[in-house]
Write a protein that binds this ligand. Sequence first.
Ligand code: DLZ
Length: 158
Amino acid sequence: MASNLKNLSDYSDKNLTDMGKKKFAIVVSEWNEEVTESLYQGAYETLIANGATKENIIKKMVPGSFELSMGAQWMAQKEEIDAVICLGCVIQGETRHFDFICDAVAHGITNVSLKYNKPVIFGVLTPNTQQQALDRAGGKHGNKGDEAAITAVKMLGF
Ligand code: DLZ
């Protein structure tokens, strides 16, 4: 990801639709919780800044990023939910576990989105190190949680 080329966290000049009546589910992975909680805070605050109400933002935890697809499906199938934001952090290790989890969650989230015809946003960091993750979770590269929320807002205004 070329974080230095495009930082969606800077959206202040955009004319975005007010989200006052929209209902969001944010599904958060417990793995690498320091990172995923920062992503959540960013996403939550960005939705509020775009008019969403706190009653209309539901937070659900899943054990790991692999489970984000299932959590997203459980949320997306609810008629009242307009968009789902999935937040996770998979850090590259020494084995191929990383590849399997990343592939599975990317496909899983895409499938849920297309099946339920709703935005289901991929807010999963896939860094090599914990520091790279922190840099993108409220650090020097912004907060990818903000970007995930803005992506949901943009899709709902499509
Ligand atoms: C097992 C595992 C490993 C090794 N690493 C991560 C990770 O960096 N980030 C993450 O979100 N989850 C990890 N997991 C857990 C898997 O996502 C999943 O929860 C388990 O394989 C059980 O299905």
